[in-house]
Design a protein around this ligand. Sequence first.
Ligand code: SF4
Ligand code: SF4
Length: 140
Amino acid sequence: MWGTGFFKGLGFTLKQLKEPKVTYKYPDEPVIMPKRFRGIQHFEPDKCIVCNQCARICPTGCITLVGKPNPDPEKKGKVIDTYDINFEICILCDLCTEVCPTEAIVMSNNYELATYSRDNLLKDLKWLDNNNQNVREENH
Ligand code: SF4
Ligand code: SF4
């Protein structure tokens, strides 16, 4: 027959029904990450001066970039042509954004990278530019 342990357990379960829920309905409802969360980068091509510092400091070598001469003859320097991050090996360490002198690359609060193909984890300039939602407040 049922012992005291059963009723003790049942009592505990019924008590928990009244407690606030601690679970999320993910993925139906996105989880809101803390302000300082290091998520997938947002890249603004217009701000990039092709200094290469982000690629140089990256500990996993996952940034590849190519610049080209500024098409405006009045202006010196280069503009960015291609900018890719390989999220197969990016560890979201934040170093690239810390060294960027113009804040062309900043962290966001986005974390959704799940995919069926590894090829989809190579994100190009356009994708990173469009990843402009949930950029950290300090970078607005
Ligand atoms: S977050 Fe870290 S690993 Fe990822 S691209 Fe930037 S420097 Fe490289
Ligand atoms: S550090 Fe910033 S400005 Fe320099 S190449 Fe990287 S993104 Fe562009």
